[in-house]
Write a protein that binds this ligand. Structure first.
Ligand code: PLP
Length: 395
């Protein structure tokens, strides 16, 4: 660094990014991001692209193509809609939090007739309710659902929901897996998912800026029938370009090159290991945050993010800010109706065990800061020691 300021936080020795995305980057990824730029129409990039498109299929657990957009996850959500829907199509949107709301709004913007199925925050959708709705509306073109609703840290029953639409030839099951894909099992083909979107800054451990989408054969059957306006997200163009070994638009070379590194790291370890690492961090958080005095908000908790209810006399927003300012740890607070009531800890990305222990200690100290009687130093130290032993025996 010469003329620009030294970044305040440079490594996990003194700073932890424990948000549900963006996430902390693996050192190899950071190195790759710093490489000199190359052009996306070169033999060198062609090889990377070919590898990445194959590797993504393994992460998505699909035989279908996976496409990349240079957009955030929301762009991928839009891509899923515009490639299969026409204005006037009936859509059932499962809304179990903020991101469900967003997808329902998006579908409305593109002219869909949206039936909103509200689920209480903190709870998961019930497949039996959606089955009833589908019986009432057999002309439904698509069911929309978050695999993990990040605002509540809940996982929805994707396998059961996929089974409902599988036998309906004109009804598609579209899944927002932005904080799910790569974090826990979500085999696209096996679970009969017709459209799925992932985001780079989550379990794929990259900076923000890429979204990934895949469509089942059934969904592909709607590409030409769909009349929603689309240009950048028209997947037919990308499909043709990918088949010729290239991308239609300029590629985000740095991100795709970093993705190549992530995919090879995952490949070396196996996808199961990636899921297991997220699960282990989610488990340790759920067990030991409760010992400190927090509660669990999600009835069906996700392995990608944990939502913790804060003690009744405290404000989650203040806890979050205190962790950031005094302990150099970034987590997230609650949104809308959960604002102030919960804090959210992400489990995806390159997170080391000492960061988890530092989090527990900081959470304990933060509770003490807001209420001296809430927890003793001895209790904090014993929770941290127990958590350390737990992590060692679960490595
Ligand atoms: C479940 C879910 N859907 C959609 C989004 C939106 O993604 P982006 O902010 O990358 O557009 C997020 C982001 O956190 C998310 O968690």
């Amino acid at each position: 660094m010469t003329s620009l300021d030294q970044p305040q936080h440079i490594n996990s020795e003194d700073y932890s990014l424990l948000a549900p995305g963006p996430v902390s980057l693996h050192p190899e990824v950071r190195k790759t991001l710093a490489l000199p730029m190359i052009h996306h129409r070169t033999p060198e990039f062609d090889k990377i692209l070919a590898r990445v498109l194959q590797g993504l299929k393994r992460i998505f657990q699909t035989q279908q193509n996976v496409y990349m957009h240079s957009s955030t996850g929301s762009g991928g959500m839009e891509s899923l809609l515009v490639n299969v829907l026409s204005p006037g199509d009936k859509v059932i949107a499962i809304v179990s939090g903020k991101f469900g709301e967003r997808w329902a709004q998006m579908a409305e913007v593109f002219g869909a007739k949206v039936i909103i199925h509200n689920v209480n925050w903190g709870e998961a959708a019930k497949a039996s309710d959606i089955q009833t709705l589908l019986q009432q509306h057999p002309d439904t073109r698509a069911v929309l659902c978050q695999a993990c609703e990040t605002s509540t840290a809940v996982t929805n029953p994707i396998r059961e929901l996929g089974a409902l639409t599988a036998s309906m030839p004109n009804t598609l099951f579209l899944v927002d897996a932005i904080t799910a894909l790569g974090a826990f099992p979500l085999p696209m083909d096996e679970w009969k998912i017709d459209g799925i979107v992932a985001g780079s800054q989550k379990a794929l451990m990259l900076p923000t800026g890429l979204s990934f989408v895949a469509f089942s054969k059934k969904a592909e059957g709607f590409f030409d029938k769909a009349t929603c306006p689309r240009f950048y997200f028209d997947i037919r163009r990308e499909k043709k370009a990918n088949a010729a070994g290239e991308t239609f638009f300029s590629s985000s070379v740095a991100l795709v090159r970093a993705l190549d590194v992530v995919l090879s790291l995952v490949e070396k370890q196996g996808l199961e290991k990636l899921f297991a690492a997220n699960h282990r961090r989610a488990e340790v958080t759920r067990i030991f945050a409760q010992k400190l005095g927090f509660g669990l908000y999600a009835k069906s908790p996700s392995d990608s993010v944990t939502a913790l209810t804060v003690p009744a006399n405290m404000d989650g927003q203040k806890i979050r800010l205190h962790l950031e300012e005094k302990h150099n740890i970034t987590i997230m607070g609650g949104q809308d109706q959960a604002k102030g009531k919960i804090i959210r800890v992400g489990h995806m990305g390159y997170i080391q065990d000492f960061e988890m222990l530092r989090l527990f200690e900081a959470l304990g100290k933060t509770l003490q800061h807001f209420d001296v009687n809430s927890i003793s130093n001895e209790k904090i130290q014993s929770v941290v020691a127990e958590a350390k032993a737990w992590l060692e025996s679960h490595s």
